[in-house]
Write a new protein. Structure first.
Length: 206
């Protein structure tokens, strides 16, 4: 199990490095530009690469949790989050000003699904009283709050009410969601790693 967790952390770390490299080489404003827009930058290939690595890391940590006897719902949520990350990278968003395409639709709804699933998994993990449960609960709550701010502009525009991107910085709120969710995933893995190092195997949690 320790090997799965270490491999999962490695994948998440490599994915984070790819994401930071992509941001460092771009001239987009991270305060307002959402992460999906980086796919159209010169090094845009780093975006699907990063998301795929996140998906792999999530799958490895989920498998470690399955072997440790963690709740099947938590395992399924982590696997579904990883699958959503892969879909987000495989189906890029549309360029600004272009009508919503099939690829853009899959990208959008996969992102929304992922943004919801990880905080729910985190709250379930906190309820199971894993190590770092308090931090996981706080991060999951912050992620849900930031997700609400991400969704508000879309809902407001659905009712025909104009809303500028300046009103709520979409880039900032989206990044808060992504960072907190990756932190939840990392802490979930660290909780299992701590048990495996101390006891040789993580305790079963229903």
């Amino acid at each position: 199990m320790k090997g799965l967790l270490v491999s999962g952390f490695t994948a998440i770390g490599a994915g984070s490095g790819a994401m930071l490299t992509l941001h460092a080489g771009s001239d987009l404003d991270p305060w307002h530009a959402v992460i999906s827009e980086y796919a159209w930058q010169a090094a845009g290939w780093l975006l699907p690469a990063s998301l795929t690595l996140f998906a792999v890391g999530s799958a490895l940590i989920a498998e470690a949790m399955r072997r440790a006897g963690m709740s099947r719902w938590i395992v399924l949520l982590l696997l579904a989050w990883g699958a959503s990350m892969f879909l987000i990278g495989a189906f890029p968003t549309d360029r600004p000003g272009v009508p919503l395409s099939l690829s853009g639709g899959i990208h959008r709804y996969a992102a929304f699904a992922a943004f919801v699933m990880m905080p729910v998994a985190g709250l379930l993990l906190a309820k199971a009283n894993i190590r770092y449960a308090k931090a996981v609960r706080v991060l999951s709550t912050v992620a849900l709050g930031a997700l609400l701010l991400v969704v508000i502009p879309y809902v407001v525009r659905m009712f025909g009410i104009p809303m500028s991107n300046e009103d709520i910085p979409a880039g900032l709120t989206q990044r808060v969601v992504v960072v907190t969710e990756l932190a939840v995933l990392a802490l979930a893995g660290m909780s299992m790693l701590a048990h495996s190092v101390r006891r040789g195997v993580a305790p079963a949690l229903a």
